[in-house]
Design a protein around this ligand. Sequence first.
Ligand code: C5P
Length: 300
Amino acid sequence: MSTVRARAAAKINLHLGVGATRDDGYHQLCTVYQAISLYDHVAATPGDSWRVATRAEPYVDRSAVPGVGDNIVTKAGALLAGLHDVEPRADVLVEKAIPVGGGLAGGSADAAAALVALDQLWDLQTPRAELMGLAVQLGSDVPFALLGGTGHGTSHGEVVEPVPDSGEWWWVVVPQRDGLPTPAVYRHFDDMVPHAGTPASADGLIAALATGDPRELAAALHNDLQRPAFDLRPELRSLISLGESEGALRGLVSGSGPTCVFLCEDEAHADTVADGLRYTGQVTALTATGPAPGPAVDPG
Ligand code: C5P
C-alpha cells in the first residue's frame, strides 16, 4: 500500500446561533455549516512508527500547529487504531492552506481527513457511523467536517444533518496572521450576553439557501460570535466594512474568527472583490466556492 491522500475542506458558519452554557461547559448551538473549497491535504504513508509533519502556505502560521503529541491528527489516528486494536503506524504529512485558529475548523478538517485516509491505509473498512462516533470524540466541528456539503448542527455543534443546498456560493476569505482561541471568544460572549437562552433559529437561513439567490443568503447570514470577536479584534470591524465597500454582498466573521468571509454574486465578482481587498486593504484574499464535499481519498 502506497501513500493515501485525502482532502480536507474548511468550513464557515452561515448561521451561528449561540445559547446558554450547558453543565458540560459547552454552549448550546443552532448552526448551519458550509464546507468551502479551501483545502488542507492529509497524506498517510506506511511507516514503522507514528510521525506527523506539517507544511503550510505562507499566510498560515505553522508555528501555531500543535506538536505531534497534541496534534488532533494524532488523536484521530489513536482513536481509529484503538477501535480496531491495531498499532497506529504511519508517516502523516499535513499540508495546510486553512489558517490555524482561524474559525474555519482547519484542525477538525484535518482530523476528519486523517480518519478517512488512515482507514484506507490500514484497510479497516470502518462503517461510516463508527467514523462519526470517533469524530464526535475529536471535537464539536469534526462530525460536520466528515459530512461536508451544507449541514445543520445542534447540541454543541456535533449533531449534524445534511441541508439540501443546490446553490453555488462564492466567497472571498481573508485570513489573519494571528489566530483567536475559540474558548476565549466563547468566554467573551458569556461576558457580553450573560443570560443567553435558546439559540437563534436557522429557519430563515435555510429558507434563504433554498432560493439559490446570493442576495437572499447575504441578508440571512448570522453569527452571534461576531460581536465578541469584534470586541477582541476591533480591526475586524473595519475589514468587514472595507470588503462591503469593495462590493461584497455581505461580510461576516467565520465562526469564532478571526477569519472574515465575504459573500459575492458569482466567481467573477469574488475575483473582483478579492482584488479590491488585496489592493486597498493590503491583505491576503482567497476565493472559494461552497458547498464542497466531505473528505474522500484522492484517486490514483
Ligand atoms: O469541541 P471543541 O474541542 O472544538 O471545542 C473547543 C472549545 O470551544 C471548547 O472547549 C469550549 O470552550 C468552546 N465551545 C463551546 N461551545 C460549543 C463549542 C465549543 O463553548 N458549542
